[in-house]
Each structure stands twice: as structure tokens, then as C-alpha cells.
Write a protein that binds this ligand. Structure first.
Ligand code: F6R
Length: 368
């Protein structure tokens, strides 16, 4: 059932426009309000919470890092993101006013499940973002937002990630609506932009050739760095994770602003460095990222720059340019991750690895 694709993973990468559209389906009512019927958590309760803690593992944790930027910006509720495996062992401050949000594709990840149990013992309310109907995590949570990615078979998460982002955006906007921070027209405008995402993702898929060629060219790389700022930072982390998992090479994601605080020492001749550039209009951030690219390029790095097509300054420091569509900064990870997923899939294919069953990995990690 790979439908002509060599790997389930590649098929699932290409399913993302539909998976994202399906996860958005039926969320706006005729009054232009966001509705999350399945949530079954009263607006009164959602108005009372004073802190959000997102807990997850791996790729889902990186989706949570993106969510923090969006949720805090839209709701002004302080939001922490924590690895599920760390959460319960550090005596976290959680009380009945805390909303714990877990993100899990499988709904069976042991660390995430243990985190939920711990949070509920402290009387916190728990919302699960999950792709698997009736899995243990949603069953043990107070409420669920299902992603509608369909079954994810490739061990490396792809459509799981982008649909988790959608669910996080929906939750953030819903909280903003319930708490009176955003009104019908603003929500509708943001949802319209979200509804254009399947098209933006398709555009990234249609222009995959540059990434496929790059994978062939970089097949002997032993180390690859990924840099980004703001939501580009978790995108960089996720790009690096995909490469570790599938190509078995050293890959690291950094916040671009940290470069001078250490990682720049790693830059050597021809080291491939992927950089996610914020959209034009976010010029304070964008200028800094572009000067980071110039810094690594001056030290001999091979720069692969993800930037808007008309960003001439970014193009000027790019050895390879991967064009991103025009979208708001907060939504950019949904487009930026596509070429990074494709790159990891292709590099592993060229190296002759089993992309769907990477060594040492299991699809769902049911032991702590
Ligand atoms: C990475 C990957 C893992 C999972 C992590 C959490 O490609 O698949 O990092 O994201 O094990 O799994 P879930 O989302 O099922 O809780």
C-alpha cells in the first residue's frame, strides 16, 4: 500500500497537504468562530487556567516548542514545554489551575503517559493531542484534540508532526477566543491562513528536486548543522532529528543566536549548514539570521538557505536556496519542515538504509 512510493515515509511526506486539510476540517462555524466540539472542556475552566505545560517526546516535543510561541503570543498565558521523560522527576509546579497539554502521535508513549498520570495526581487538567483513536493517552486525559493524519507507518514522524502543529494552533486560537483575546474576524483570518497551508505544503513538495539533488551531492557528509531563530529554531531541531534517525550521521540543531556562544567553533570547510530564515516583515529577526549565514559562509560552510523566494539578501548568502512560500512567521515551520523531511528521506535512501525501519528505533516507545 505504498501507492508507488519506495517508502511509507515518502508516501506520508506527500500526504501532508491532505493530512493538514483533514485536521482543519469543520473547525469554523457559520458565525466565524472556531469550534472544538470534541474538546469537551468548559469555557469557564479554560478561562481559569493560569499556566500551560506542554509535555511530549521527540518530534512531538518539537511541535510543542513551536506551539509555545503561538500560544503565548495569542493568549498571553505562560506556556512551558518539557520533555515528558524529565517532567515528572523534577517535582514540577502543577496545580488545578494548570493546563497540561500532551502531544503524541501514537498515544502510547510511556514517558508521556507517566507525565499525564503525574499531572492528574496534582489535579491539573490534561488535554491530549493525539493521532490514534482510543489510545491509552487520550483515554487517560480529560479531553482530546485528534489530529487526522491517518495511520503513520514510517518510524520517523512526518505527517504526525505537521498535523500536531495544526492541532496546537487550533488550541491556541480556541483559548484566545474563549478568553476574549481574539474575536471572530481575527480567528477567521488566521484560520484562512491555516487553510492555505495544504497549498503551501504542496508547493514545497512540487519543488523537491533541489533537495533530492542536494542529498546526492551530500551523501558523504559526516556532520550537518541546522540553524534557526524563533519558530525556525524548533524547525532546525526537527530537521536534525530526522537526519540522525534516518541517515545515521551527526546532525545538530541550534538557535542561530547561540552560534557565537560556542557552535561556531564547529564550522569547517564545506560543512553543510541548513538555515531557516524568518519571513520578510520580521526584519529584526531576519537580518540577524542573514548575518549568521554570512558568518558561517565566511568560515567555509556550505550554506543551504530556506527563505522566501523574493528574499534577495538571503539568496546572496546561499550556496543552495530552498524557496519558502509567503506565510506568517508562526506558521512557517509547517512549510520549512517539508524539505528537511525530504532531505533526510532521500539521503538515507541514497545511503541504502531502510528508511521505514531505521536501526534501533521503534514506532512507539512503550517503556520508560
Ligand atoms: C521521530 C519520532 C519520535 C516520536 C516520539 C514520540 O521521528 O518519531 O521522536 O516523535 O517517540 O512519539 P509519539 O508522538 O507517538 O508520542
Amino acid at each position: 500500500q505504498k501507492q508507488g512510493f519506495d517508502w511509507y515515509m515518502r508516501k506520508e511526506i506527500f500526504e501532508q497537504p491532505k493530512a493538514v486539510a483533514d485536521t482543519l476540517l469543520g473547525r469554523l462555524n457559520d458565525k466565524g468562530e472556531l469550534q472544538l466540539d470534541e474538546l469537551r472542556m468548559s469555557p469557564e475552566l479554560l478561562r481559569r487556567i493560569n499556566k500551560i505545560v506542554i509535555v511530549a517526546c521527540g518530534t512531538a516535543f518539537y511541535a510543542g516548542l513551536v506551539a509555545k510561541y503561538a500560544i503565548e503570543h495569542w493568549t498571553r498565558i505562560p506556556c512551558e514545554v518539557e520533555l515528558a521523560s524529565e517532567f515528572r522527576y523534577r517535582d514540577p509546579i502543577v496545580d488545578p489551575m494548570t493546563l497540561v497539554v500532551t502531544i503524541s502521535q501514537s498515544g502510547e508513549t510511556a514517558d508521556t503517559l507517566m507525565a499525564i498520570r503525574h499531572a492528574r495526581e496534582q489535579q491539573a487538567k490534561v488535554i491530549a493531542i493525539c493521532n490514534t483513536n482510543g489510545a491509552t493517552i487520550p483515554r487517560e486525559s480529560d479531553a482530546v484534540i485528534y489530529t487526522h493524519a491517518g495511520p503513520e507507518i514510517g518510524v520517523a514522524s512526518t505527517k504526525g508532526f505537521t498535523t500536531q502543529l495544526v492541532a496546537c494552533y487550533l488550541l491556541g486560537l480556541y483559548l484566545a477566543q474563549v478568553r476574549g483575546m481574539k474575536y471572530g474576524d481575527e480567528i477567521a483570518a488566521l484560520l484562512t491562513e491555516l487553510e492555505r497551508m495544504p497549498e503551501a505544503i504542496q508547493q514545497m513538495l512540487d519543488s523537491q528536486q533541489v533537495v533530492l539533488d542536494l542529498a546526492k551531492e551530500l551523501v558523504d557528509a559526516t556532520s550537518v548543522l541546522f540553524l534557526g531563530r524563533h519558530v525556525g529554531y524548533p524547525s532546525a531541531l526537527e530537521g536534525a532529528l530526522k537526519l540522525k534517525e534516518l541517515a545515521y550521521i551527526h546532525a545538530e540543531g541550534f538557535a542561530a543566536g547561540e552560534l557565537k556562544h560556542g557552535p561556531i567553533a564547529l564550522i569547517s570547510q564545506d560543512l553543510p549548514v541548513f538555515v531557516v530564515v524568518p519571513p520578510k516583515g520580521r526584519d529584526q529577526l531576519r537580518d540577524k539570521v542573514i548575518s549568521n549565514i554570512a558568518e558561517v559562509k565566511a568560515r567555509g560552510a556550505r550554506t543551504i538557505v530556506l527563505a522566501e523566494g523574493d528574499d534577495d539578501e538571503a539568496a546572496a548568502v546561499a550556496d543552495t536556496l530552498i524557496e519558502l512560500p509567503k506565510i506568517s512567521t508562526l506558521l512557517q515551520p509547517m512549510a520549512a519542515i517539508i524539505p528537511l523531511q525530504l532531505f533526510a528521506c532521500e539521503l538515507a535512501t541514497v545511503k541504502g538504509h531502510d528508511v521505514d525501519q531505521p536501526r534501533n528505533l521503534a514506532k512507539s516507545v512503550t517503556v520508560e
